[in-house]
Design a protein around this ligand. Structure first.
Ligand code: FAD
Length: 569
């Protein structure tokens, strides 16, 4: 019996009468109709067998569901028509950014297209920013391989790109006394995957958490760390641009032309591009890109995670990342690490994330219900935390495949196509390692060898952070440039000088949120209530655009600032 026939039988037994399974180039494709998208999702899960099929392609049409089209850029022009490059990276998240930078180590021409108004707006801006140790990951999957390698690369990246990271470790707390007997197995898994881990007694827990909500002891993963995921993405992309990569935002891939198993051209809203190699790093749309490239053997089913951000004064109630021990399959969806309490690199506490399957790929809405769920669940780990500590919340959508693993490979079907697809958590951690492999495959395809770029410069200087400077350094900086003495965002102590510096970096940006991700103006308690009009004014003056044309997040999101008495904004 073929694997597709077996899947058909399983689905029929479960009552999926309108669903068919067929072989699809080594993967299994499901088609037909179900009553709901939840049923379609479940059918997809039932079809997984990593040993017998390359993946699940789920084309079931749920009767109750009309898919939302992808958000598209507002611009249509021909400015990129005829553009040629050696390698084209699709997607400006952390994976695309790490790949672009890695490619610039070699003697190839590199371009990145990102459909949004800036890099780091999707998953890569909407996550916990944890550099995971990887102890919870199943052995022998791509996730663990790239997580462990990527984790180790973060110290060098931090130094080269001037992006701070910390390694406070992750304390995993048992939820029942008997769980301590599982520690030998955890240590064994750690040893097998190269992940250090040691036991922590109930007494030891108190060294890390002042008032632990749970205390049966646990274990510590010292290699776990924290980073600002959007700052790292921006820094990687800035360094790629500094080394010659061309970064095109507001540019969406809409189709491809293939001839004899090769991509010859890529259509975008700004014209047709001619790359020698294409790399798919398109996050929740990576299966759509794979389809355009003729090598779809997986399907993304989005899984939303909601996070609550707490005021800095809620710090330091935990000295490290704290999570609960999750036995595989016991955390709701069974495909999450269970979340926790994260002390971010910027000293906020983060509670979350939740994990909910959702039908829409770009649904970044937060609901009261999910936020309550996150707070109830995670505040058990930090009982001192109050609801009034929450200053904001956000949601991100994970690019999950049915196999719950990354798709990182050189295509066997389309000779000049590389996939870094289905990168859900721990994609921030894994990105640098994924980038090494993807870049090498691409360069070999273009040049036939790994010829280096002799002028590659791995270094990037970050924007000075006034709030972290001692008096002397601050005074020196202000003497050189008085703009650094003018505080615009009072909550986060961000100066005018920092905002102007953000507008002069290699990736040209012109919106309030792009500035916010670069220097944190508007990320404090008041969430921009005070500083937003001033930020708009600075963007307007620096870039010479009228204030009423300054957007919150690109074209069509203009922030109409309140006029001040006597004019101005
Ligand atoms: C709630 C949550 C918490 C998480 N926590 C962690 C964590 O603590 N640690 C960790 O390691 N990982 C974490 N992750 C996972 C991590 O965020 C992702 O794995 C990682 O950001 C994926 O990066 P990416 O570049 O593949 O995708 P994305 O950041 O989603 O980037 C893909 C980009 O492709 C663009 N794109 C899509 N289609 C097109 C097109 N047609 N043309 C042009 N551009 C296109 C999109 O606009 C997008 O910007 C978390 C994820 C979530 C959602």
């Amino acid at each position: 019996m073929t694997y597709a026939e077996k899947v058909s039988k399983i689905l029929a037994k479960k009552g999926y009468v309108g669903v068919r399974a067929e072989d699809f180039g080594g993967a299994v494709r499901l088609s037909g109709e179900t009553d709901s998208w939840e049923a379609a999702l479940e059918a997809g899960r039932l079809a997984v067998n990593k040993k017998r099929s390359r993946g699940v392609v789920n084309d079931i049409v749920p009767r109750d569901f009309i898919p939302e089209p992808a958000r598209m850029p507002g611009i249509t022009d021909k400015s990129l028509d005829g553009f040629e490059t050696d390698v084209l990276v699709i997607g400006g998240g952390i994976v695309g950014a790490a790949i672009a930078r890695e490619l610039t180590r070699y003697a190839v021409k590199v371009a990145v297209v990102e459909k949004e108004y800036d890099v780091a707006t999707a998953q890569s801006a909407r996550n916990d920013g944890m550099i995971h140790a990887g102890i919870d990951l199943k052995p022998d999957c791509k996730k663990v391989k790239y997580n462990v390698r990527g984790n180790k690369m973060y110290d060098a990246l931090s130094q080269e790109l001037d992006v701070p990271i910390e390694r406070p470790g992750q304390l995993v707390l048992y939820t029942a006394r008997w769980q301590k007997y599982l520690f030998p197995f955890i240590r064994l898994r750690g040893a097998r995957n190269g992940i250090p881990v040691y036991p922590v007694s109930p007494e030891g827990v108190k060294e890390y958490v002042r008032e632990p909500g749970l205390n049966y002891g646990g274990f510590m993963c010292p290699s776990a760390g924290v980073v600002s995921p959007y700052l790292m993405t921006i820094a990687l992309m800035e360094n790629a641009a500094h080394n010659g990569a061309k970064i095109f935002v507001d540019t969406a891939v809409t189709g491809m032309e293939l001839k004899e198993g090769k991509i010859v051209s890529v259509d975008t809203n700004r014209g047709t591009i001619y790359p020698k190699v294409v790399i798919n790093a398109a996050g929740v749309f990576s299966d759509k890109i794979a389809e355009m490239a003729g090598d779809r053997h997986f399907t993304i089913h989005p899984r939303r995670g909601v996070e609550a951000v707490l005021d800095k004064k809620a710090y330091p109630k935990a000295k490290c990342v704290v999570g609960k021990f999750v036995i595989s399959g016991s955390s709701g969806s069974g495909h999450t690490k269970g979340g926790g309490v994260i002390v971010t690199i910027d000293r906020n506490l983060l509670l979350g994330p939740s994990a909910r399957e959702c039908a829409e790929r770009e649904n970044e809405a937060t609901t009261r219900e999910e936020l309550d769920e996150v707070f109830e669940k995670q505040s058990r780990l930090a009982p001192e935390v109050k609801r009034s500590d929450i200053i904001t919340y956000f949601a991100g959508t994970r690019a999950a495949t049915y196999e719950e693993d990354f798709v990182v490979e050189k295509s066997e079907v389309t000779s000049n196509f590389i996939q870094a697809a289905g990168i859900q958590s721990p994609g921030v951690t894994a990105a640098p390692a994924i980038a090494e492999d993807a870049a090498r495959w691409a360069v070999r395809e273009v040049l036939g060898e790994l010829r280096k770029n002799p002028s590659f410069d791995p270094y990037r200087k970050g924007i000075p952070v006034v709030r972290e400077m001692d008096k002397e350094a601050r005074a020196k900086l202000i003497a050189e440039n008085p703009d650094f003495g003018e505080i615009v965002c009072r909550c986060e102590e961000i100066s005018k000088g920092e905002i102007i510096a953000a507008l002069r970096t290699p990736l040209k940006v012109d919106s309030v949120d792009a500035v916010k991700r670069r220097v944190r103006a508007g990320m404090g308690r008041c969430q921009g209530g005070f500083c937003q009009p001033s930020v708009v004014k600075i963007i307007s003056e620096e870039l010479g655009i009228p204030p009423e044309k300054v957007g919150k997040k690109g074209a069509g999101s203009e922030v109409a600032p309140y006029p001040k008495k006597g004019g101005g904004v």
